[in-house]
Design a protein around this ligand. Structure first.
Ligand SMILES: [Zn+2]
Length: 192
């Protein structure tokens, strides 16, 4: 979908959206393809502090240039748009998982890193330390649910098109602090 449609979809789902800089044209499209898109990927940032987290996700760091996702969901439940197009969030993942997402089947265990995820997933980074102790405020989890549902609604996808980074790329642990099964159940209910 276009950047404008993305913004509209998020707002229509009832989200408070903050547009950061020229997010519509901030991407990594010069480094590889973007699309066709097949799903939504959820992450935690392993950072704290909304402002700092948003800046990091927009700018990236020397080893990994930004944008590091499309939307950053801070603890207050706001969605900060930092980029649109190809973004450095998904890395290489498992082609069997991608096939399952496309078919909206039960996910197999991710045991390969052979497929470019930045091409085919929308990415939402969520402000959380990911240490298993940092709380996930209800308003933030609700925003994750709404953001994922907004994208699924636009594309006509079910909740099975929503996955966690840890379900895609071997070795990843994010998001930590809630289960993706519980989040998919919430997205399912929202899409009814
Ligand atoms: Zn991640």
């Amino acid at each position: 979908m276009s950047a404008s449609s993305f913004l509209d979809a998020l707002r229509s789902e009832g989200l408070t959206v903050v547009q950061v800089g020229d997010w519509r044209h901030h991407n990594r499209n010069g480094k590889g393809p973007w699309g066709p898109v097949h799903g939504v990927m959820i992450h935690h940032t392993a950072t704290s502090g909304g402002k700092r987290t948003v800046e990091l996700c927009r700018n990236g760091h020397p080893d990994l240039p930004g944008p590091l996702c499309h939307g950053v969901i801070t603890k207050d439940g706001h969605v900060h748009l930092v980029g649109y197009g190809r973004a450095n969030h998904a890395g290489l993942g498992d082609d069997d998982v991608l096939r399952a997402v496309i078919a909206e089947r039960t996910l197999p265990h991710d045991n390969e890193a052979n497929t470019d995820g930045n091409r085919c997933f929308y990415g939402f980074e969520c402000e959380n330390l990911g240490d298993g102790e940092d709380p996930w405020p209800a308003v933030q989890l609700e925003a994750v649910e709404k953001a994922a549902a907004a994208v699924c609604r636009h594309h006509g996808w079910t909740e099975r098109s929503v996955i966690g980074h840890k379900e895609w790329q071997p070795g990843k642990v994010d998001p930590r602090g809630f289960t993706m099964a519980s989040m998919r159940a919430r997205v399912h209910d929202r899409l009814k």
